[in-house]
Every structure is written in structure tokens, then in C-alpha cells.
Design a protein around this ligand. Structure first.
Ligand code: PLP
Length: 456
């Protein structure tokens, strides 16, 4: 039943938009472990990192103390083109489920890139421009990050070189074309344009590539071309910092109506949307002011939190990137070929890994057919065609709402709807045609990857 006091969509005025990003590390007692040099196993210095990343982003990456970072005016102006994003009360979903729970979702798909990734892309492009760089390189898997970065680079007049995992490059020609509209060059990875790409092609001819491999290529191109740096769309501390805009807006919108969530749910690939959504709520939890249940949802076929190990690991296949301490399945891990739902990175944000290890949040994994079922239920009542990644959060939000139906509790559930699924219709097609199954890796398989973790 509709709660007359709460509108379907809670918008903020432009003047109410966040002026600061919030750095949750400032409130963590146990800070995330530092990145290590892959050769010496010593913490990476700012100087070492600045060969790969832009200077200001290095400073943000290493800063565990500053609580608030003012969002530069240029970035706030860009945010105004597609933010604030709506916080939607899912009245129709509640009714469909017959639950007393109150469900809200923060929708980040209202921009051309179709996901939350633009929030960090524009920040990273801004700092690259400010440093006087010519351009940036990156990898993209499904293509959302590459698209977001292309948009951000064209806005600031930067060159953008994207290494796109070859299977996606072939399966998602439209994504590639959107990037080219924004002036990016898109190369399928592994490619013969880099040493590491040539090496991987020689060892695995015909491979469809992986994120870890595309990262290695993009880093190689950045460090070997003057005026270029590498940028990454998830996992890193700086990305979670930029994505805190999601959580800050969510909290401001809820506060406007005096709403306090009981449960906050987000899908977790590398952890950036979840880290951003929960940031201010986690801050309250860390400071002992409030308590929330926070749930990370990952695919059963790529279960880094729920079945991975908390250890130092490589971020890429070529082992050129720093080592990060995180929940990981091992840098060689690649989800089964029939896995269609995204969230396929082998590791997890070091910030979220530490928070999870310290018991501040929970994690759960869900099989992909149940994710697509939830996606369809949602699309049919709420109208939005969700990205498969986002649908992991929908799955668990629905499950929690159904539990409320059994117990009669009217809990308030907030989840992150990270993006739209227009470029994922091949995955939806598999689901509709009954060609999708729920392959779950065995313990023995996972152990074989974990055995190859670097000894630190
Ligand atoms: C990239 C992406 C994700 C997963 O990345 P995180 O860094 O874990 O947030 C989730 N949803 C969408 C739509 C994405 O594009």
C-alpha cells in the first residue's frame, strides 16, 4: 500500500548534492593493507605509484586519514548533467511481493554509460587533465567502464585507449561503438600491440582474454608512452572515494524523510558501487553511532568474499601491478565460460575486504539463473531493465523482503541498482532459451588457484 508521505522518487535539489567525497578509511581502526611492490614486497611509495597513476589519485589512494575531500567544481558541474540520481521507493515491487518491507533503490543507470562508473571516470579524467597529461589507458570487460571513461575523456579533451576483453569485444560490438562515438580507441585484448599481449597470445592462442590480462596490457601502454597514465574503474581506494557520492546522496535523500534503513544491499564485483553506497552508513557504524546490516552479493560462479582467501595477490595476469591484500580467488581464476552475469573479477576492494574481515559486513553468493529471475520480476513491475550485475542485489533484496513477509516485520531495505542491461541481451537470451546453467566451482578447483597465490 502506498505510503502517502513518501514519493515514488526522492530527488535532491542541485544545492543539496554532496560537496565532499567521504573517505571511509579515516574511520577504520584497522586500515586496509598497503599495496606492495611486486618485486620487493615493500609498500608502494607515492613515487613508484606515480609512474602508473596520476599524482592526485596516488595521494588519494594512500590517504587513510582525510575524512572529506572537496569535490572540485568542474567535477560537480559534470555530475549535475546526470546527478543527483533518483532514490526510488519500489512500491510496485513491494506490492507484487506482498511484503510489509519498504524497499528503496538508488538508480545509477541514468546516463549514457548506463552505470555508476561515470562517477569515478570523470574524477580520474579531471585529475589527468589537471596534471597536463595527453591521455589515459584502461581495460574494460563488459564495457561499462570503458564507455564511462570515454565519455569523461572526451569531456576534458584527453586521449583514451581502451583494452577490451576479446570475448566482450566480439560479443558486444555496440558497446565498442559507443566508446568510438566518444573518440576512444578500442583494442581487443590480448593483442599484439604489447609485449604481455604477445606473450599471452603465444601461450594461449585463440584465448578470449580476461580482465587481468587486459589490465596488464593497459598498464604496459601507460608506462611506455610519455604523457599517459593508467586508470582503473574499481577495486582501488580512490575509486571507492569517488563512488561515495552514491551513498552520500542516498543518505541525504533518506534523511529528508526521516528514513533509517535496516538493511543495505549491493552487488560486488571489485567493490566500488557497494563501497560507495555504504560509505556514510559504514562510517556511522564504525564510529558506533548506528547499526545497519550490510550485505555484499556476488555470483556463485565467482565467489571472492564467500569462498576466497584474504591474502596478498596480483591484481592482473601479467603480474606487473602492485600486490593488494584482498579476498581473492587467485589472479589466474576465470569464471566458467557460461557465466553471463558480470562481476567476474578475481579479487575485491582492499577496503571492503578489511571491513568484511573485521565483521562489519556480510556477504552472500547467488546462482545466475536466480539472478535473472529476479531481474525479470523487477523489470516487469518497476519498468527498468536492470544490468545482470545489479540484479544480484535485486535477488537478495527480494529474498530479504520475502523473509519480512514471513515474519511480518516492516524492515526498510535499500539496494544499489547500478545500471541498465541494454547491452546484456545476449545473456537474457540465454536465460530465456534455457541455455543458462549454474556452474559453481568445486573446492578442489578453488584450492588449485589459491595454491598459486604469491608468498608474501
Ligand atoms: C562494473 C559494474 C558493477 C560491478 O563493479 P563494482 O566495482 O563492484 O561496483 C556492477 N554493476 C554495474 C552496472 C557495473 O557496470
Amino acid at each position: 500500500m502506498k505510503d502517502q508521505a513518501i514519493p515514488y522518487k526522492i530527488y535532491l535539489e542541485e544545492a543539496e548534492m554532496p560537496k565532499f567525497w567521504y573517505n571511509v578509511r579515516a574511520d577504520m581502526k584497522n586500515k586496509p593493507a598497503p599495496l606492495l611492490n611486486p618485486g620487493t614486497h615493500q609498500p608502494m611509495t607515492a613515487e613508484e605509484l606515480s609512474g602508473v597513476f596520476c599524482d592526485e589519485l596516488v595521494a588519494q589512494e594512500l590517504d587513510n586519514e582525510t575524512r572529506e575531500y572537496p569535490i572540485p567544481q568542474e567535477i560537480r558541474d559534470f555530475y549535475k548533467m546526470y546527478r543527483p540520481s533518483p532514490l526510488v521507493r519500489a512500491y510496485c515491487l513491494e506490492e507484487k511481493l506482498g511484503t510489509p518491507a519498504k524497499i528503496y533503490y538508488k538508480f545509477e543507470g541514468n546516463n549514457t554509460s548506463g552505470s555508476h562508473k561515470l562517477n569515478s571516470a570523470i574524477a580520474q579524467a579531471y585529475y589527468a587533465k589537471k596534471q597536463g597529461l595527453k591521455g589515459v589507458t584502461t581495460e574494460t570487460g563488459a564495457g561499462q567502464w570503458g564507455t564511462a571513461l570515454s565519455m569523461a575523456c572526451s569531456y576534458f579533451g584527453l586521449d583514451c585507449k581502451v583494452y577490451m576483453v576479446k570475448v566482450s569485444y566480439e560479443q558486444k560490438p555496440f558497446r565498442r561503438e559507443v566508446m568510438r562515438v566518444y573518440g576512444a580507441s578500442v583494442t581487443p585484448s590480448p593483442s599484439d600491440t604489447t609485449d604481455i599481449g604477445r606473450k599471452i597470445l603465444a601461450e594461449h592462442p585463440g584465448t578470449g582474454g580476461s580482465l587481468g590480462c587486459a589490465i596488464s596490457e593497459a598498464v604496459e601502454v601507460a608506462v611506455s608512452n610519455p604523457g599517459y597514465r593508467y586508470v582503473l574503474g574499481s577495486v582501488l581506494n580512490q575509486v571507492l572515494l569517488h563512488q561515495s557520492v552514491i551513498g552520500l546522496e542516498t543518505k541525504a535523500a533518506l534523511d529528508k524523510y526521516g528514513i533509517t534503513p535496516d538493511i543495505i544491499i549491493g552487488c560486488a564485483g571489485g567493490g566500488s558501487n557497494l563501497g560507495g553506497l555504504i560509505a556514510p552508513f559504514m562510517g556511522e557504524k564504525l564510529r558506533g553511532e548506528k547499526n545497519y546490516r550490510i550485505i555484499a552479493v556476488e555470483p556463485a560462479s565467482c565467489p571472492s568474499f564467500t569462498r576466497g582467501v584474504y591474502a596478498y595477490d596480483f591484481c592482473d595476469t601479467g603480474m606487473v601491478c602492485p600486490l593488494a591484500k584482498m579476498y581473492t580467488l587467485g589472479s589466474d581464476f576465470i569464471p566458467a565460460p557460461n557465466h553471463a552475469g558480470g562481476l567476474r573479477y578475481h579479487g575485491m576492494s582492499p577496503v571492503l575486504s578489511q571491513l568484511y574481515d573485521d565483521g562489519y559486513m556480510e556477504a552472500t553468493s547467488v546462482p545466475q539463473t536466480s539472478v535473472f529471475e529476479a531481474a525479470e520480476t523487477f523489470a516487469r513491475v518497476e519498468g527498468i531493465l536492470p544490468a545482470p550485475e545489479s540484479s544480484h542485489a535485486i535477488r537478495v533484496a527480494i529474498d530479504e523482503a520475502l523473509k519480512c513477509k514471513e515474519t511480518g516485520e516492516a524492515k526498510t531495505i535499500v539496494f544499489g541498482l547500478t545500471g541498465t542491461g541494454y547491452f546484456d541481451l545476449v545473456a537474457y537470451e540465454k536465460f530465456h532459451d534455457g541455455k543458462m546453467d549454474d556452474y559453481i566451482p568445486t573446492d578442489a578447483e578453488l584450492a588449485s588457484y589459491a595454491a598459486k597465490l604469491p608468498k608474501v
